[in-house]
Write a protein that binds this ligand. Structure first.
Ligand code: GLY
Ligand code: MN
Ligand code: MN
Length: 445
């Protein structure tokens, strides 16, 4: 074993002097050893080699694409930025971790933390990006981005084993829950600062900077690209731009931004109405009240598809109460796809080392919810987002207005609200043995 202790290996994100968290992380490694061993034994493998992945280089360029590590590697190490590294897992044996840390005067070296979970592993430093040499491993499975696996012996990404490994990520360990809780706590000041920058008349770019400054997290380390939209841009679900100049009038802000802590990401959205936007503010309040009710309904045994349906019925009631639609009952508004034109995405998804975490859809979503990313019946340990929305998306509303039921829509009011873009409110919720714990509201109203 080559230990790295003594070297300057402190850049591991979130290295903390938190004995409770460190102890939970050691338990987490033990749990993963059990879960992964069971999966290997179920598929008659003696060993599993996990690739961290590596950022591909752009064609005809000496720059790489942005990089986020392969899920199973991050599941074990919490280390999304490490490239060209490997982990070997075997039943009844210590894991072996190869950390790529070349002598490189262009870049900073990977730095291992002085954390006790690493005591459970044999660790080698490697200076070349190749695969480790494995002796006498028996029947070997290798998982990772196929681009990084070329030329390696063993079965590459066997689908049934991969499915079991993904299942091993669905119910979070106490360590993972704590990381997600901290990821929520760290995002909260960013959201407060972003709302403050909005009220101060900041541009989208200013608001992004305010978020990053308050979270002390550079955008590339975030779990996903932040979405910061003013006015009509709030209707673009994954809006990715940032206007440099503030609009003439700031009517609304939608910010969807998280924080990545030891690999685990929060995924939080808040929508704020500008001064003088009373009708839009009423919609924000209405959607917030619906969102809170949906969070309250998170508990073991709840079918997420059913929760998605309840969200649509609640949205139908809100559209009626706001006088955006009239003359149709709630069930009809859902059945005819009218609520879907206002809320085209799914209610939420599993959350973990990937923002849209794996294994959310053991069964396909229903035909009227094609973008729903979670069809699970909720179980203790799962962490889901609850993120209903109400948007004024011109293309979707246009077709609604033109079809046979268009006469039930309040066109003048739609025209009035269209410049506000839309509303989404998103929390991260842990399913408990009974009921739930809202990881976001503990830190952010
Ligand atoms: N931030 C992307 C999502 O909410 O799913
Ligand atoms: Mn989000
Ligand atoms: Mn989400």
């Amino acid at each position: 074993m080559v230990r790295c202790g003594g070297g300057k290996f402190t850049r591991f994100e979130g290295a903390v002097n938190n004995e409770n968290l460190q102890s939970l992380q050691c338990d987490h490694i033990d749990i993963l050893q059990q879960r992964y061993s069971q999966a290997l034994e179920a598929h008659q493998y003696d060993a599993l080699l996990i690739s961290s992945g590596a950022a591909p280089m752009r064609y005809a360029d000496d720059q790489a694409y942005p990089y986020q590590g392969f899920g199973p590697f991050v599941h074990w190490t919490g280390w999304p930025q490490l490239e060209h590294s490997w982990l070997l897992v075997r039943p009844n044996a210590r894991p072996t971790l190869w950390v790529y840390a070349p002598d490189d005067f262009w870049h900073a070296r990977a730095e291992l933390p002085d954390d006790p979970w690493l005591e459970a592993m044999d660790i080698y430093l490697t200076s070349t990006p190749g695969t480790p040499t494995l002796d006498h491993c028996g029947r070997l499975a290798v998982v990772g981005d196929p681009v990084t696996l070329a030329g390696i012996a063993g079965d590459h990404n066997p689908p049934q084993l991969l499915a079991n490994l993904e299942e091993a990520r669905v119910r979070k360990t106490p360590y993972e829950v704590q990381c997600l809780d901290i990821a929520n706590a760290r995002a909260a000041p960013g959201h407060r600062a972003a709302i403050g920058a909005f009220h101060n008349g900041g541009s989208e770019f200013d608001i992004r900077l305010a978020y990053q400054a308050a979270t002390r997290q550079p955008e590339p380390l975030a779990p996903y690209p932040s979405i910061v939209g003013l006015n009509e841009h709030a209707a673009i679900l994954h809006y990715q731009q940032a206007d440099n100049a503030p609009p003439e009038r700031s009517r609304s802000l939608l910010i969807d931004a998280g924080y990545r802590y030891r690999g685990y990401g929060s995924d939080i959205t808040r929508t704020t109405a500008g001064v003088g936007q009373g009708r839009f503010q009423a919609l924000v309040a209405g959607l917030e009240s619906l969102q809170r009710r949906l969070c309250e309904a998170v508990s073991p045994g709840t079918a997420f598809v059913e929760l998605h349906r309840i969200a649509h019925l609640g949205l139908a009631a809100l559209l009626q109460a706001a006088d955006l639609v009239h003359g149709l009952d709630e069930e009809t508004l859902v059945a005819e796809g009218i609520t879907r034109a206002f809320f085209p995405h799914g209610l939420g998804h599993l959350l973990g080392v990937q923002v849209h975490d794996v294994a959310g859809k053991p069964t396909p979503p229903p035909p009227d919810a094609p973008f729903l990313r979670c069809t699970r019946t909720l179980e203790p340990g799962m962490v889901v987002t609850v993120e209903p929305g109400l948007y004024f998306i011109p293309a979707l509303l246009q077709s609604l207005l033109q079809d046979g039921l268009g006469g039930h829509l309040n066109r003048p009011l739609l025209d009035e609200l269209m410049p506000c873009g839309g509303v989404r409110i998103e929390d991260n919720v842990l399913v408990c043995e009974s009921g739930h714990r809202n990881l976001t509201r503990a830190h952010l109203p």
